[in-house]
Write a protein of this length. Structure first.
Length: 461
């Protein structure tokens, strides 16, 4: 059984929705077992929903309603295009969606009245887009004769109450999925559901964070013991570099779970960083595929891959982050000092991306914008703090770096004209990370790609 997740661009128009249905038909033909289809909101809709919430916060309810009307009109136009000669289906579907628009208006009015856009309220608003798109595609599947069922993911994807970035509660989720999902699959029905959204044990709507539809697909893949989790998007797969920076970047046909995790976290936007975690734990392969180029084999992510003598596989960058430098003589030959420092990060729930230490200083990078003021204020008690904003992490990802001579030399030779502020290597056998100014990030990626993929670069001209 496959879990097929389709991103915002894959469901962004009537034409692309037809393509989704064709891909579902192909999957049915190939596997003979119905897939679970996980759907994102139509491209751009989540941003509009958040915009409506922000207008409501500023007590501009009329503007919030105008955004909701725009969302209604966009989906109405899509429905009319898909069901152009079926007025009854059109009207039924449009009526089904009205309850979501009404819900949005009520929430926005509440936000305006209270003058507060809480994370809980934002989740209730921003998760509506997936419900709208999945209703449309579910109806299209029925029209196309696909035995199918639509289900609200909030009925089974049970999470904690960490709104905006909820985590699955597996002890609750598995039984709920067994009750709600498995009977439908046993009836040989394709299940259409939503990514990104879930609910607490009390039935309060949550979201898994931006990009969380990938995560949803992985969670669902684990619950149904999927043969493969497919992430359908608008690119061919994971590349040796961001093709927007390096046009001649090459497609990676296979990557390991470790490599994919590093690339996803350090800038490979094709995949949400959390996607890999549940799949790794259950050893379920993840395949990235292009909805608009079905001839491409995509990228297969699995536990073990053949090395083929390769060392460096890809380079990636994560821009717009903050570097924190803490210096203190108290670190010298003292045990427990770093534990105290890291306990502050734990207190404020700020994750650290990269760490590098010396005898009396430690450098850390953070991507979080929340709780930073409190964090920095409390860190001051440990020593002198220096901050550098708008820096970038560049990550060189490969294989068996500890056993290869000259990798670091080639990296730093390629970057001899780039100022490197922090270096972190050795913690992992598969990557070398360093911090530079964000303005130098694209230049660094281009020069590193040329260094390690010279043949491809030369052939590309």
């Amino acid at each position: 059984m496959y879990v097929m997740k389709f991103g915002g661009t894959s469901v962004g128009s009537a034409q692309s929705m037809h393509q989704v249905i064709q891909l579902v038909k192909d999957a049915l033909t190939e596997s003979k077992k119905p897939p679970v289809v996980v759907l994102s909101a139509m491209s751009g809709i989540t941003n509009k929903l958040i915009e409506a919430g922000e207008y409501a916060l500023n007590k501009q309810v009329d503007k919030a309603k105008n955004i909701i009307d725009q969302i209604r009109a966009h989906h109405k136009s899509t429905i009319e295009s898909l069901f152009s000669e079926e007025n009854i289906q059109q009207q039924q579907l449009l009526q089904q969606l009205e309850k979501y628009y009404d819900e949005l208006i009520v929430i926005c009015q509440g936000v305006a009245y209270l003058g507060e856009l809480s994370k809980r309220s934002l989740d209730a608003i921003s998760g509506i887009g997936e419900l709208l798109s999945s209703k449309i595609i579910g109806a299209l599947a029925n029209r196309e004769g696909i035995p199918s069922a639509w289900i609200d993911a909030r009925e089974f994807l049970i999470t904690d109450d960490n709104f905006n970035k909820a985590s699955p509660l597996w002890d609750k989720l598995i039984p709920a999925a067994n009750e709600k999902l498995l009977p439908l699959l046993k009836q040989n029905k394709v299940v259409f559901t939503q990514g990104f959204i879930g609910s607490t044990t009390d039935g309060i709507s949550t979201t898994l964070g931006r990009g969380g539809s990938d995560y949803s697909a992985s969670i669902i893949g684990v619950t149904v013991n999927a043969k493969e989790i497919q992430i359908w998007t608008d690119v061919d797969g994971m590349m040796s570099a961001d093709p927007r920076i390096v046009p001649n970047a090459k497609l990676l046909s296979e990557v390991s779970f470790q490599e994919a995790s590093e690339l996803a976290y350090f800038g490979a936007k094709v995949l949400h960083p959390l996607t890999i975690k549940p799949a790794v734990e259950k050893n379920i392969p993840v395949r990235i595929l292009n909805t608009f180029n079905t001839k491409s084999a995509g990228t297969l992510i699995k536990g073990q891959v053949a090395t083929n003598g390769e060392t460096v596989r890809a380079v990636a960058t994560k821009k717009g982050i903050r570097a924190i430098f803490l210096s203190s003589p108290r670190m010298l030959m003292t045990h427990g000092f770093l534990a105290q420092v890291f306990s502050v990060f734990d207190k404020y729930k700020v994750p650290i991306d990269l760490i590098s230490t010396s005898e009396i200083s430690v450098a850390m990078t953070v991507d979080s914008k929340e709780n930073i003021e409190g964090l920095l204020s409390e860190l001051n008690q440990f020593g002198e703090i220096n901050i550098m904003d708008d820096v970038a992490i560049v990550s060189v990802v490969g294989r068996q770096f500890r056993y290869q001579n000259g990798i670091a030399g080639r990296v730093f030779n390629a970057l001899k004209d780039v100022n490197i502020m922090v270096i972190s290597g050795g913690a992992s056998d598969i990557n070398l990370n360093f911090v530079i100014s964000s303005k130098d990030a694209d230049k660094a990626i281009k020069q590193l790609h040329t260094e390690f993929f010279k043949l491809e670069s030369v052939l590309a001209g």
